[in-house]
Design a protein around this ligand. Structure first.
Ligand SMILES: Cc1cc2nc3c(=O)[nH]c(=O)nc-3n(C[C@H](O)[C@H](O)[C@H](O)COP(=O)(O)OP(=O)(O)OC[C@H]3O[C@@H](n4cnc5c(N)ncnc54)[C@H](O)[C@@H]3O)c2cc1C
Ligand code: SF4
Length: 485
């Protein structure tokens, strides 16, 4: 049995790679196996599985932990994949501290959580490695087919579930690669892109059609695709960046977070990215200032560090406890050398043409408002200037105007611009048009996208069955009528 002394828990790959006696893959899997079995055996199999209750997919965690501890991995994989279309992806990028692991009874009793996410990742990585994950087995091809707009986690999960039932499925996406934010939003150091690609390849090999570089609303009309399919699922995510509306709107060194992350991900996929190569979207040797305190901001600061930035500052107007992003991500960023400037508000961008400095003010937290949240107030005379070669604005995302984009005024939206659905069947205000994922919830999580995609597939199936039954009833009635003539 291999023993690793002082393995860096956050980055075992790095330490393991230093050992040259076996090939990396073998050593890593052996180490991961030991770790997974050891962790899984810590599960107390408590009466009420709070971890499961707090997993959006209600994954049967205690059962697959028990099977992992007993080295019955194939069975563990079968249980794990019965509720989740991408367990190895959730295992990598779910904010477990807010979901399953944060509610582990062992964590609550102060002994440190069972590392559920890592075990989930390990089980499915092994399943891929061993060839247990096959193309979808389609019992019987149906005549009906479904069009899905958007190939993010919601669209992909729905596609898989519908294909399993034998529907023809076509996914339309405006990007050149499928995966949505899995491929172009979340950085490679959190979610390796080959992990996403093997999932989308499996769907392709199982008969799901992908029409890439195809924006509904410009490349194709919404009505055109609606006429082609028996039902439509809108899973377009949210992409309009929130702005802080400071001056210097035409400075080329203020960039939206997603432009920065997409460029970095494309570069990692060996694409030619002009604005990366010419330096516009590259943090190398720059003093980088990231504005925002959510998970996207954390991805930007950590990407900038990896690109070789001279310094990386993160500005957030409240304190660390009030940051919306995962605390684990904040801790990782601090460890990597990011300088967090909490209680700091950008006031003005300074410089001749491009921004050279950001004028900021210090904030203090005032008394709580009706919601109980303490308001942030500027401390008078606290202004300072921060050297800023590249400013990345990461203040979150809002929905685009989908009714306008699709030329469908009848498509109802909420006051936030997300699509309104009937929560009983996930149908929008248009008959046969369903919606799922961020475009319904607002910016959310991958695991919720998967949950919505699975639920939407079930509702679409029921809708199509009902329509098919109606048609066959009408056909029977008309046959009977003809027989009487
Ligand atoms: C930088 C960043 C990091 C994140 N990190 C995490 C994380 O670590 N963990 C986590 O759980 N969540 C994370 N999230 C959130 C998560 O990625 C989203 O909640 C999830 O991807 C939403 O899934 P979705 O399928 O609804 O939409 P998306 O993943 O956004 O996919 C929507 C797809 O629709 C396509 N599309 C949009 N409009 C059209 C159109 N008109 N025609 C054709 N195609 C269209 C888009 O090109 C895209 O491919 C992160 C988000 C961001 C921005
Ligand atoms: S899907 Fe996410 S929340 Fe659920 S068990 Fe896996 S890591 Fe935890």
């Amino acid at each position: 049995m291999l023993k690793f002394v002082n393995i860096d828990q956050k980055n075992p790959e790095k330490k393991v790679a230093q050992s040259r006696s076996k090939n990396f893959e073998e050593i890593y899997l052996e180490f991961a196996k030991e770790k997974a079995e050891e962790q899984a055996s810590r599960c107390s199999q408590c009466g009420i599985p709070f971890c499961q209750v707090h997993c959006p997919l209600q994954n049967n965690i205690p059962d697959w932990l028990k099977l992992t501890a007993e080295n019955r991995l194939k069975e563990a994989y079968e249980i794990s994949s019965s509720t989740n279309n991408m367990p190895e992806i959730c295992g990598r990028i779910c904010p477990q501290d807010r979901l399953c692991e944060g509610n582990c009874v062992i964590e609550q009793s102060g002994h440190g959580t069972v590392t559920i996410g890592s075990i989930e990742k390990y089980i499915t990585d092994v399943a891929w490695e061993k060839g247990w994950i096959k193309n979808i087995d389609i019992p019987k091809e149906r005549k009906s087919n479904v069009g899905i707009i958007g190939s993010g986690p919601a669209g992909l999960a729905a596609a898989e579930q519908l294909r399993k039932k034998g529907y023809g499925v076509t996914i339309y996406d405006r990007y050149d690669r499928p995966g949505g934010l899995l491929i172009y939003g979340i950085p490679n150091f959190k979610l390796e892109k080959d992990i996403v690609i093997r999932r989308t390849e499996r769907l392709k090999n199982s008969g799901v059609q992908f029409q890439m570089n195809c924006e509904i609303g410009s490349s194709l009309n919404f009505d055109e695709i609606k006429d082609k399919h028996d039902a439509i699922l809108i899973a377009t995510g949210v992409y309009k960046p929130r702005k802080i509306n400071l001056n210097k709107n035409n400075a080329t060194n203020i960039v939206p977070a997603l432009d920065f992350l997409i460029a970095s991900n494309k570069k990692g996929l060996n694409d030619l990215v002009e604005n990366f190569d010419n330096g516009l979207l590259n943090a190398k040797d720059k003093n980088v200032v990231v504005v925002g305190g959510g998970d996207t901001a954390m991805d930007c600061v950590r990407t900038a560090v990896r690109q070789g930035a001279k310094s990386v500052k993160c500005l957030y107007r409240r304190d660390q406890n009030n940051m919306p992003g995962s605390q684990r991500e904040v801790e990782n960023a601090i460890e990597e050398g990011v300088d967090f400037q909490w209680l700091t508000l950008p006031l003005e961008y300074l410089g001749e043409n491009n921004v050279e400095k950001t004028k900021v003010a210090r904030m203090q937290l005032g008394s709580p408002d009706e919601s109980g949240r303490r308001s942030a107030e500027i401390i008078p005379n606290s202004e300072t200037n921060l050297v800023s070669d590249l400013i990345i604005e990461a203040l979150g995302f809002e929905p685009e105007n989908i009714p306008q984009m699709f030329n469908k005024k009848e498509l109802d939206v909420t006051q936030w611009g997300t699509l309104k659905i009937n929560y009983k069947n996930m149908m929008t205000s248009l008959n046969g048009v369903f919606a799922a994922g961020d475009i319904v919830r607002g910016a959310s999580l991958v695991v919720w996208g998967i949950k919505d995609g699975r639920d939407a597939a079930e509702h679409i199936h029921n809708f199509i069955l009902k329509n098919e039954n109606k048609i066959s009833l009408l056909e029977t009635l008309s046959d009977q009528k003809l027989a009487h003539v």
